[in-house]
Design a protein. Sequence first.
Lengths: 328, 314
Amino acid sequence: MSSDLIIARDLARYFPLGGGLFTKPTAWVKAVDGVSFSVRKGESFGVVGESGCGKTTLGQMIVRLLEPTAGQVLFKGDDITHLNRRELSPFRQKIQIIFQDPYSSLDPRMTVTSIITEPLLAHGKPTKAHRRQVAADLMKKVGLRPDDQKKFPHEFSGGQRQRIGIARALCVRPELIVADEPVSALDVSIQAQVINLLGDLRDEFGLSYIFISHDISVVEHICDRIAVMYLGGIVEVAPTELFISDQRHPYSATLLAAVPRPDPNHRIQPAAMEGDVPSPIDPPPGCPFHPRCEHAFDRCRNEKPKLINVTDEHAVACFLNDGQGGVK
Amino acid sequence: MRRYLIKNITILILLLFIISLTVFAILFVLPGDPAQIILGINATPETLANLRAELGLDQPFWVQYGHWIGGLLTGHGSRSINYDMPVYDLIVSRLAVTGPLALMAIVFAVIISIPLGIYAAQHQNRPGDLIVMGFTQLGLATPEFWLGILLILIFAVKWRLFSAGGFPGWDVSFGGSLKALLLPAFALGVIRASIITRLTRSSMLEVLREDYIRTARAKGLKERTVVYVHGLKNALIPVLTILGLQLGQLLAGAIIIENVYYLPGLGRLVFQAIGQRDLPVVREIVVFMAAAVIIVNFFVDFTYAFIDPRFRKR
């Protein structure tokens, strides 16, 4: 417990649909519905899932860009769920986020130095020289030329811009970085560079990551543990190696089967799963995955499975094999 | 930056040339003989011909145009038929009223509209926003002369805080002149503030949804810094454009409001000149108005560079 850096307890976020000034919302989108997990110090925790499964909403709740509808976020044992802006300030320093789109997430009107060191302003009054120094150091760390300090975001390529975003996140020496699809907007060749950079920085600064991605091969490369999300909930959590060798949830198995392997003898199996993610406005009764699951039986259609530990490290939310999951 | 400047100044000069040519040409082909207007219908053909020669009206188009434009550039333009004084001096003296009036109106508009627009954007679709938007709708629908008369009724007739009209002149009473411009400037400003409020709101709404605003929040910045430094400065460009256009229009004379308040401004001058067929005055004021709009816009373009670094490197 003491080594847990951040704990999420039953986090949920509902978005209202319809409704105006005088009318009540007609429905709620349950983007995230009861998610619990913890991340240890120095650990990289991966969150994977399809588009719309609530990964980004989850990430933004962790850094408190979104207010959770229910549940708690604990940072080193402190409940930060309901802190106001001023109380939150010291935690903002400890928890930073890297965004998906390096093109739109940088203020076009600011120089790189300003962008990278602006967080310092929020937590003190740095001198200009100090800001320049910090920016130059960080730019070197993330593989940018410190000479480019005075340039503006539009003068950089996508990969470089993402490096600026990473430098910005590092500026206040955070302990946890939420990386929300940090490489999905980049070319594949650049993706590897940025992922390796993130790995190096983790070792150098002793960072922990919550790494959000739809790309399981990216996550398995950098993460110690992997959580699979489906329709606003976690369906399986396991250490990476165990997850690769012994995934228990049918959905995890399908995700993994869809990853191309650089092995000429490996044939991709025909898609084992059909249809789209059901609408989170009107989720199916029972297990949210049952309409697409080839192993579904009666219980799956009526009752929602809970995330149950199979071993100490491995948890799954599936009724197969008496709650042990497993499709092999 | 230098290339940007040179390019824009070239365009500016070209535009001014085209405008002067167009205005001159229109009034050149217009029926009506200035010599006849000056001398009256009883003039003999001989005296008419003499006056025409004196005024240079018998010369070909390009010579007349060159003469006129040369006069404008050296500050010795044509003379007003009615006032019998150089139009140039007339415009300058009237501008001493219209210029401050326009500036004050813009100041009023900015003071009212920018904070309201930001407030409305931050409270989108909540009661405060709806109230602000309701008032701007009202402002858009209100004719400025009506608002002018209403202000006179309240502040001049009922409360006797201001005079109902007239202008003492800057050298007679500075404070009195300023006071005389306050109500008309407010009437002009409030109407324009309606448009600017709406524009600021929609522009802010767009910017506040940008990813870099989310980034700014994630940095842990104060909400004020997020809204003003990252939000407002990025949202200001369309607002500046419209403000520039409005300032240009206001300089071109707030004809109606100057008439309501009996202000000796450009608007009233051109209004009277049209009525009295004082063509040199009309011609030169039209050129001046067009030039004012273009030059103000030139400076607006220029201020973009200060707000947005991306313009600077062009």
